[in-house]
Design a protein around this ligand. Structure first.
Ligand code: G3P
Ligand code: MG
Length: 251
């Protein structure tokens, strides 16, 4: 097996992409309680063209916008989210009096103003449930390009793609795979999202050679943002979309 990137040459002048997509991470997590409607609204008001948030399928069938498996860090609750009834979860304070929102509540707030990157945090039916919700919004007039569905759980993402093939997907990885961007290619992903700890120019090159955009999470420092632009990264997830937008505007 050849573990070099499968194509060697990058197009000349491709070092810095024309566009640099700024994605508000968990809304605008640096300015408001993460994954709340307030955080989403803050990111939108700051001018972020995209917001990212995490979704978990609860046994009630609700799709809850929440990052951790446990409640302690970001709410006044305790223990595993999955072990609590929906009514109790919805009564928690997720910061500044905010509730844990549902996927539908976030989409209704967004009203197509920005793109939404829905990260599937749980497996076992989350992709199917999200595909069902997205189908309702497509039927209501949302264009598929307003969505990006992503996951670290690549089989769950594959399941989603079978049910909603018109929706762009993003493969999330935390590391540098032996076969470079192959997982994203096999999934038919539009985006490969990398951890900032594992940004390798050969991985970026391989993704680009396959027509796949590269995003990096989570980047808040202006100098790191500039360095990633120089490397040819296409977008970043930032807790401070205002800072990332300023760097993107530097041209
Ligand atoms: O989707 C990018 C980023 O959100 C992935 O990591 O842990 O913040 O969900 P995490
Ligand atoms: Mg996330």
């Amino acid at each position: 097996m050849n573990h070099q990137p499968r194509t060697k040459d990058r197009a000349e002048g491709s070092g810095r992409p024309a566009s640099f997509t700024v994605i508000g991470h968990r809304g605008a997590r640096g300015h408001a309680p993460e994954n709340t409607l307030l955080a989403m609204d803050t990111a939108i008001r700051m001018g972020a063209p995209w917001i990212e948030f995490d979704v978990q399928l609860h046994e009630s069938g609700a799709l809850l916008v929440f990052h951790d498996l446990t409640l302690d860090r970001t709410t006044d609750g305790h223990g595993l989210l999955a072990e609590q009834p929906l009514g109790m979860l919805r009564a928690l304070d997720a910061g500044q009096g905010q509730e844990i929102p549902t996927l539908e509540e976030v989409l209704d707030l967004v009203e197509q103003q920005v793109g939404v990157n829905i990260e599937l945090k749980t497996a076992g039916g989350t992709g199917e449930a999200v595909a069902g919700v997205i189908r309702n919004y497509l039927n209501a007039g949302w264009p598929p390009e307003k969505f990006l569905v992503s996951s670290f759980h690549l089989p769950e993402l594959w399941e989603f793609k079978q049910l909603a093939p018109e929706i762009p997907i993003g493969a999330l990885i935390c590391g540098v795979p032996l076969d470079w961007a192959a997982c994203a290619v096999e999934l038919g992903a539009s985006v490969l999202s990398l951890s900032s700890e594992f940004v390798d120019p050969r991985l970026i090159e391989d993704a680009h050679q396959h027509g796949i955009q590269v995003y990096v999470y989570t980047v808040n420092d202006p100098n790191e943002l500039r360095a990633l632009r120089r490397l040819g990264v296409d977008g970043v997830f930032s807790d401070f979309p205002d800072i990332a937008l300023k760097v993107a505007a530097e041209g």
